[in-house]
Design a protein around this ligand. Structure first.
Ligand code: XMP
Length: 607
């Protein structure tokens, strides 16, 4: 059946995805569209939402997008930047200034269907530099803002609308949870103003997707590369339901870059799900380690891992005589659309379900991607529905290149480029905080202003409270050039020396990382924290601290909603004490640090 759909125009940042997930929770399908999509691409939608933008300004120069959408006879609402664009397009004015950031109160001046069921004053969340200062003839102010709890008007035209044109705008962000009744405002727009029927349910999705898969595969079969992560496991289960397990050939490649005991657990899980009949397990550790021998540079490692993956699966498919089956992948929505987020993420790190050979197979209709329309949270809901065990459904994401991107490598030469300027800029911050701030002589990958930043971390040593540490870290990224991470030393004292040593990806180092990672995961589970954090990479850096040991261990617990942004997660002291004791006791470990970096400027993974 055809579902009513909403288009969300992605002007960048995280907002569009957040809006789309909020609309989907209403059981209305929302799809991301690019600002320069031709107007015809908007034909299937019953309403359009223009997102905010972290970078664009509606003030001054023309923001290039398909303005012909304003000629369409469907309701349009804009949030923040989108709001200013709508005001401007219909004869209003936008000016620099009137900056608001954080909580504000929205005072609703005219009763309106957009605010049905809400109070006359609603807490909302603002983040803007430019403001609408006048509206065109068809428009009226629906609400103004004051500082939270205050009475002085901060901003007129915080909400505007024209019922004749069916065009609306909110200066605030209804999609963020800090806007208390933002979900109701979005629901009022989607269900009442656009009149969308809430037909897009997970039960329906399963039915329709199974029918689609059956139609695409015909009487053929598929093979699916299964890593044991949430996405590929849920995809396997769905394909098994749709086609019958005998037509789904599963291939699990142990890259040698997996976690401790992971491959064994994956095989047991798939057998438990009744999918073990056509499962081939390939131990390709030697292929991967051979290809990575001597390689240091992060992007080179990623490319080699991706290429080796393709080579191994082609070889195995031929060996098993399944090379003519369709290829199935557990690709999810954010990976399939060219959004700001993912388009830029591609330039930051190479992802491996969109390498050229796979793109060519997609173009030839030879790839089945049953989760391609879903966000992670929806994949999890689907998994629960299909009876995938809870622990598997809520497993932390694990990157395709595995521990390969958590094992930093080095030629052994200290990398101190720009250290003079870095140390000079750190000195006043160290004096002000009373903490030791030492730049480390190696780099990791991060993201600044949407670009890849391959820069140095700063090691912070000393007693400080959590909020103070995070504030200090934020100050460091701002004031110190060439720094994209801050890590907090969990070792006993500020090091007098840190010396890199030559190291690449070896089985011994991987085994050590597997042990360290298992200790961290076990600690999170024991403290009931596993389900409360998004991910916690453990990273090894080949550094001797004060002449001791060979590897600095970094733990990176984070909170995140979709992996596109992240904040560091705070771990309780009792867990940190246990980790200190157990990790520092591992042979060769020279120190332990806690990554305090938000994304941006750091990425979740270190490479
Ligand atoms: P970053 O490190 O870019 O990671 O902040 C964002 C999320 O993506 C995961 N990740 C990957 N997943 N293939 C994957 O399937 C990859 O190459 C890859 N690199 C990063 C990462 O673990 C986090 O959840």
């Amino acid at each position: 059946m055809e579902h009513d759909k909403i288009a969300v125009v992605d002007f960048g940042g995280q907002y569009a995805h957040l809006i789309a997930t909020k609309v989907r929770r209403l059981h209305v399908l929302a799809e991301i569209r690019q600002p320069d999509d031709p107007v015809e691409a908007f034909a299937p939608y019953k309403g359009i939402i223009l997102s905010g933008s972290p970078a664009l300004s509606a003030f001054g120069e023309d923001a290039g997008y398909t303005k012909a959408i304003y000629d369409l006879d469907v309701p349009i609402v804009g949030f923040c930047f989108g709001h200013q664009e709508i005001a401007k397009h219909y004869g209003g004015q936008v000016e620099h200034g009137g900056r608001e950031w954080g909580f504000a109160d929205l005072h609703i001046t005219a009763p309106h269907a957009l605010f049905a069921g809400l109070s006359p004053v609603e807490p909302v969340w603002m983040s803007h530099y430019d403001s609408v200062t006048a509206v065109g003839p068809d428009f009226q102010e629906l609400g103004y803002s004051t500082l939270g709890g205050g009475t002085e008007v901060q901003h007129r035209y915080a909400a505007i609308g024209s019922d004749r044109l069916r065009r609306y705008g909110f200066q605030f962000h209804p999609e963020v949870d800090d806007t208390l009744h933002g979900d109701a405002m979005i629901a009022n727009f989607v269900l009442n103003i656009c009149g969308c029927k809430p037909s897009w349910t997970m039960a329906r999705y399963v039915e329709e997707e199974m029918a689609r898969v059956r139609a695409q595969v015909g009487d053929g079969a598929v093979f699916l590369l299964i890593s044991g992560g949430v996405d590929s496991t849920v995809a396997a289960r769905l394909l098994g339901e749709a086609l019958g397990p005998e037509r789904v050939h599963l291939l699990h490649i142990d890259t040698g870059l997996m976690r401790k005991d992971e491959s064994r657990q994956v095989v047991a899980l798939l057998e438990g799900l009744g999918l073990g009949g056509h499962l081939t397990f390939v131990d390709a550790g030697a292929d991967f380690l051979g290809a990575l021998a001597g390689v240091v540079e992060p992007e080179a490692k990623r490319r080699i891992i991706g290429d080796t993956f393709v080579a191994v699966f082609e070889r195995e498919a031929r060996r098993l005589g399944i090379e003519h089956h369709l290829l199935a992948q557990g690709t999810i929505y954010p990976d399939t659309i060219e959004t700001g987020g993912t388009k830029r993420a591609d330039t930051i790190k190479t992802h491996h379900n969109r390498v050229p050979i796979i793109d060519a197979m997609i173009a030839a209709g030879r790839v089945v991607e049953p989760l391609a329309e879903l966000y992670k949270v929806e994949v999890r809901e689907l998994g629960e529905r299909l009876g995938v065990p809870h622990d598997m459904v809520w497993r932390h994401p694990f990157p395709g290149p595995g521990l390969g991107v958590r094992l930093l490598c080095s030629t052994g030469a200290p990398d101190r480029e720009g250290f003079e300027a870095i140390e000079a800029a750190l000195a006043p911050l160290a004096a002000g905080s009373g903490l030791s701030l030492v730049p480390l002589p190696f780099r990791s990958v991060g993201v600044k202003s949407d670009l890849r930043a391959y820069e140095h971390p700063v090691l912070i040593t000393g007693a400080a409270d959590w909020d103070g540490l995070l504030r200090l870290a934020a100050g460091i990224y701002k004031a110190v050039p060439g720094i994209n991470r801050c890590v907090w030393n969990l070792g006993p004292a500020a090091p007098a020396s840190v010396a890199p040593r030559a190291a690449t990806v070896t089985r011994e180092r991987l085994d050590l990382l597997r042990e360290a990672d298992a200790i961290v995961m076990d600690g999170l589970r024991r403290h009931g924290l596993y389900d409360r954090i998004w991910q916690c990479p453990t990273v090894l850096v080949p550094l001797a601290v004060d002449g001791r040991g060979q590897e600095l261990v970094i733990i990176r617990p984070i909170h995140s909603e979709r992996g596109m942004t992240a904040t560091p997660a705070r771990l309780p002291d009792a867990l940190l004490d246990a980790l200190r004791r157990d990790l520092l006791a591992l042979p060769g470990v020279s120190g332990l640090a806690y990554d305090l970096t938000t994304k941006p400027p750091g990425t979740i993974e270190w490479e």
